[in-house]
Ligand binder design. Sequence first.
Ligand SMILES: *Cc1c(COP(=O)(O)O)cnc(C)c1O
Length: 357
Amino acid sequence: MHKKLFIPGPVEVRKDVLEKMATPMIGHRSKDASALQRGISDKLRKVFYTKEEILLSTSSGSGLMEGAIRCTTKKRAAVFSIGAFGKRWYEMAKFNNVPADLFAVEMGEAITPEMVDDALSTGKYDSIFVTHNETSTGIMNPIEEIAEVVKKYPEVVFCIDAVSSAAGSKIEVDKLGIDICVTSSQKAIGLPPGLAICTFSKKALERAKTIEFRGYYLDLLQLYNFIQKKDYQYPSTPSISHMYALDYALDLMLEEGLDNRFNRHIEMAKYVRAWAKKYFDLFGDEKHLSNTVTAIKNTRGISVADLNKELGKRGFAISNGYGDLKEKTFRIAHMAEMTLDDIKELLENIEDILNLK
Ligand SMILES: *Cc1c(COP(=O)(O)O)cnc(C)c1O
């Protein structure tokens, strides 16, 4: 039996979107490929509220995160971490020999604008990396306030991991001065995994030009130059199947209306939070809760693994806590094409299995 996925990626994919993956192939050097990829970039610019370039990579989101830290850091990177994925960005720097410092808070907390100001005011950094929505803890950083601080430092390239929030929560890239905003296909966008997306500003472009060793496959400058010269074609063969599905999914998204979509996510988040407070408790700083995934504190000491087994028999899957938070928390994702009715159905089944009523 198929289990409906309430895990924070990969998410449940609509049947009609999945079917677009089976569209017959076209040559990746054809005019049709150019038109498809150009159209996708035009639509993505709306989703990200940007006039800047969009880059696609046939990799998961981590690919463009790695590309971003290599291609924008000449001096030193300031990496702000509030959980597993923030730490990952720092490790990417370390293993690529990119000078970087890690600024971390306890799991469940958010970054403060003051922390960012303190770090950048040292003048040591020319790039900054912030997780918008930390999937391991269900915390969303106050990106608008952080952006205000980053604007004081025009030499700093501003990179955001919005892998589990873009297209589920409003991120106005140009207004916030974000130079690179990275996301993946399998989270709030609602596609199968395998495609990464980022925005790429002129400032990021100019910085990349000054860096000698940017890698090859994930060299953002090469991706940028190639799509300018070859009308939105990519240097190596991209996942054309994903392009078909993405193009279609973006049409659905724009049809729904971006604000409606973001409000739907907020509505689902509020419902899950209220439910969590009634039967369990919320994990983390309640001022900074995520709109796309909720981490619930396991105050009843239930076996999350057993709960998930029972849910599986009924055709649902949720997520255990991440890493050390396993069994201490569990996570319910409410992103992409999920509706409030889907969420209610899941929560009623949990109540039934745990005899909560
Ligand atoms: C899932 C996730 C990633 C990793 O994305 P992949 O597509 O699996 O590489 C990075 N950051 C966050 C916040 C995520 O949720």
